[in-house]
Design a binder for this molecule. Sequence first.
Ligand code: G3I
Length: 406
Amino acid sequence: MMNNAGPANSALNRRMLLGTASAAAAGALLGGCSRSALAAPSQIPPATMLRPALDSIGAERNINFGSAFAWARPGVDAGSFVNSAYAALLRGECGMLTAENEMKWQALRPSPTQFDFARFDAMVDWAETQGMKLRGHTLLWHYDRWFPDWLNAYDYGVRPAAEADRLVVEHVRTVTARYGTRIVSYDVVNEAVDPETGTLRETSLSRALGSAEAVLDLAFNTARAHAPHAELVYNDYMSWEPGNERHQEGVLRLLQGFRARGTPVDALGVQSHLAIFESGVPIPELVARQSPAWRGFLDAVVAMGYRLVITELDTRDRGLPADIAIRDAGVAAYTRGYLDLMLSYPQLTDVIAWGLSDRYGWLRTFDPRPDGVPTRGLPYDTDLRPKPMRTAIAEAFRAAPSRPAQ
Ligand code: G3I
């Protein structure tokens, strides 16, 4: 049985979430669950820590585990390192971190002539003091919806191609040079493929430079020149649920083009914003149904010599009933089925969750369930207690074949 969030609507749902939903619509979706409605940080219970840590369990198979984290002012209840309860959880579970928003152009580039590194610097410093590796997200989110306003309205002057070239090179060079070897892997380009058509998105940069391919190649070539140590990743949200076929085809075409042109791309970032859309279908059946086509996609990616990275793992639960025990078991089983498949590829060595706790995940505000019940798509609950999803990740790591040390 399908509900109104089934496969027929899955592409629409993803569009709404990851693409074309207007800021106003996103604001309306916030409803009554804005972050400011949460408890003061002093009221957050300490995290319930399990041992061994997920990163340690992964390390036995040469798999790194990590999470996104956020910047915040002290005293603000956020998934940040200044929030001592959450910082303990990050420290306790992770070996690798990604700044959720603070390395994006929107955050670093208040104007065409300015860089503002204050927030991201603080995050890099903290990760380093904790001995954690850092991924950089993202040097170029090639999607006008997520450009700073000034870049969408930019006047490229009488030599637009030269000016676009200068802007991209300046940005990528400045960021990579500033952080040097402190950042081990970059999502150089994020979400350049339009999921509806499978073609590349156009932006002010691509129009000025002549093509989207030229912009993407320039970003990767500049990153390789100025961060030769780093893994360079193309990151996108084509997923294994039905409705993503055109998106997957477009990503494969892009990856083939990179190889044909000699563009230095090392890995595909598989964001892994998973979603259980259908109601009433046993999870093992969903997993079995989706696996063959997804394997076909991944086989084609690794056959081109790309590594794989899970960059933004979380699991939407709107197809499951509100009952917490049932929902948590469903999310755990779905995540486990997905990770078992993904970890069967030795080319995958990094698994990054898009946050650790339901208290702060982006799904909470961007994709509230129709029944208004808070989503439970991350490994820890709103009181920082481990959920079955955490166990599922641990068990998937334990069951994974070992892979060569990187
Ligand atoms: O920081 C400002 C704050 O100053 C302002 O008052 C407030 C008002 O809306 O906005 C704050 O910025 C928000 C930012 O998150 C930090 O919370 C933006 O509005 C909001 O659009 C932004 O959303 C992020 C989104 O990317 C867009 O950048 C989500 O947190 C983040 O989880 C999401 O992450 C993306 C990945 O980068 C790429 N893959 C998909 C993934 C989920 O959409």
